[in-house]
Write a protein that binds this ligand. Sequence first.
Ligand code: DAK
Length: 261
Amino acid sequence: MAYENLRVDRREDGITWIEIDRPKALNALNTPTLLELERALDEAAKDSSLRVLVITGGGEKAFVAGADISEMAEMGPTQARNFSALGHRVFEKLEKLPVPTIAAVNGFALGGGMELALACDLVYASEKARFGQPEVNLAVIPGFGGTQRLPRKIGPMRALELCFTGDMIPAEKAKEIGLVLEVFPADSLREGVEAIAKKIASKGPLAIAALKRVIIEASACDPRTANALEQEAFGVLFGSEDQKEGMRAFLEKRPAAFSGR
Ligand code: DAK
């Protein structure tokens, strides 16, 4: 079924680009858009040829300018709670996808838009990007996981400052505080992200999936359990064809050809 508010470009090289595309509302996330994103992520989770998923914003101005304020304006507590739960469900699917996810932040990433970027594994930005959690201006708080993911990424004090003030920060500042890995000139963001995605896609997919699982799951475990997770994942990889291929290719001084098995 086609999408109304997304463009999904699933490519032969294993890299899929999802563009949130509601330019009339600066790509704000309303319920239909969140449901479409969920459907696209469910498809991605079933796609055995997928190696990297990139999320970006359609149009020139915005990545995602937040949850949709016109939809939220008339919500009561129960609807708001359900809306928040929907956002959490979708962003958790994104976080749990067994392939690396990249936010290519091309413009405003505000409120729910910044939370969407925070749910991706890697965040790259164009020099035009602006980040912020401006919910306090509307007398609410982040509702799609921002109060939890933001302090984990940049520390509680900086997270509190951004959320208390609602200030928008430019891409370079976002890089300085660890919210963004790299800032690209606006016209080379796609190219820059593409090169990183291709590099990751060329590695052993089982090792990449194990890395993501171990690093993210371990951050929620005590050190002993976390170390056990790493040992288990390390051992399991030695039962794969790719591990044999990777090590043989090194010894035979040739490039490895990984199959994901
Ligand atoms: N929602 C709906 N429409 C939006 C929007 C948004 N978040 N952001 C922009 N738009 C719409 C504008 O209303 C305008 O529509 P028209 O007037 O043309 O019909 C169009 O996009 C273009 O926007 P502007 O004319 O305002 O464009 P400017 O360049 O002048 O300004 C801006 C760009 C990004 C600075 C400005 O649009 C802006 O401040 N937007 C709002 C940003 C914002 O506050 N974002 C955070 C939203 S709150 C929760 C669940 C979730 C959340 C919280 C709680 N629970 C359920 C508990 C999350 C909250 C948020 O994300």
